[in-house]
Structures are given as C-alpha cells and as structure tokens.
Design a protein. Structure first.
Length: 196
C-alpha cells in the first residue's frame, strides 16, 4: 500500500488580557485532495485454482488495483494553562467530520470458463465519518533543566463509519456492518521527561 494524507491548517491562538495564565487555540484543517495528494493505492494479485460445480479444477487469476482519495474539513480546539511557575495543564479536542471518499477499482481477471482476461473497472463515491478525539495533559518543570509530562488521549473509534454508495454503513475496522461491529474507544497514556 502506498499513499498518505495531509491537511492545510489555518491556526489562531489568543491569550486574554484578563486571564494571562491561559491561552486558547484553534485550527481549521482542510483535507483537500486537489490541494495535496490525499490518496492511497493498493495492488492485489491472486493466482491459483478453484473448483467449479462439476468438480473440475480450473485456473484463476486476478490483478487489481484500488485507489481512494480523501477530502474533508475539521477543527481542533485547545487550551494551555500556566497554573504555577512549574505546573502547566493543556487539553485538546479534535472534532468529528464526514469526508468524501472517491473509490476506483481497475485491473483484469481470468475467470473459469473464459480464455482471455476480462477487464475490471469500477468507480464509486463513498462517505467516511472520522471519529472525534480529545485529551488532557500536564507538565511539571522541576528546574530549568528538568521537566516531566503525562497525558491521556481518547479516540471514539465506535463512530468511525464508512457509508458506501448503496447507503450501507460499514465499520472500516472490522469490514462488517457497523450495527454488527462492537468497537470500543481507545485510550493512550503517555509519559515523558526532558533533561537539558
């Protein structure tokens, strides 16, 4: 699989005069396939034999490529609070958003009963709902040369849903219908230290 996702971000941060210890920030992320190459491609090659209904063993071969391109818009909001001279607390919230997904399939296949390869070509427009996520963290500066930090982050993966052109809601994690998929949110806990 090859490809990647990139966003163009417009950010703004403010520190109110009446609360100089707290800063607020926001970023608008533009995930536009025309602006960046927001796509990924995967090639699948299969070769083997299959048995038909009469019990005959017949050759089968498929060479296919799939490409997805991604466009959407979301926002991130955050704050940073200088509680004391040494303790700082921060938080972030990344909004859920629905992105447009263009799907293209092409290639060729040799099916039992055919002497020549048959072309494969299929285009489809889909929607994908990206899940919201949020986190909070703290850092403590023990001295000018030593700081420690800890943060907790949660992603609501149960809200990660692909809607195909037929209107079926699929979990991209399980590949099954979203109603049949029991997906739980994930939590990340990170701790770090810096010594200068």
């Amino acid at each position: 699989m090859e490809g990647g996702l990139s966003a163009f971000g417009i950010a703004r941060a403010v520190r109110p005069k009446w609360i100089p210890q707290i800063s607020f920030g926001a970023t608008l992320n533009i995930w536009e396939d025309g602006m960046y190459k927001n796509e990924w491609e995967e090639r699948k090659f299969r070769k083997g034999f299959i048995e038909d209904q009469d019990g005959n063993i017949l050759p089968y071969q498929a060479d296919r490529s799939e490409r997805y391109s991604f466009s959407g818009l979301n926002a991130n909001f955050g704050f940073l609070w200088d509680v004391t001279g040494g303790l700082t607390i921060g938080g972030v919230f990344k909004t859920s958003f629905e992105a447009d997904l263009k799907y293209k399939l092409w290639g060729e296949t040799l099916q039992p009963g055919f002497d020549e390869f048959q072309p494969i070509l299929h285009d489809e427009y889909q929607k994908i709902k990206m899940p919201p996520s949020y986190g909070i963290g703290a850092a403590y500066r023990f001295s000018d040369s030593f700081t420690m930090s800890l943060d907790v982050y949660r992603t609501e993966w149960d809200e990660f849903i692909l809607t195909n052109s037929k209107g079926d809601e699929i979990s991209p994690i399980t590949g099954d219908f979203a109603s049949n998929s029991d997906i739980e949110p994930t939590h990340q806990v990170r701790m770090g230290a810096e010594y200068i």
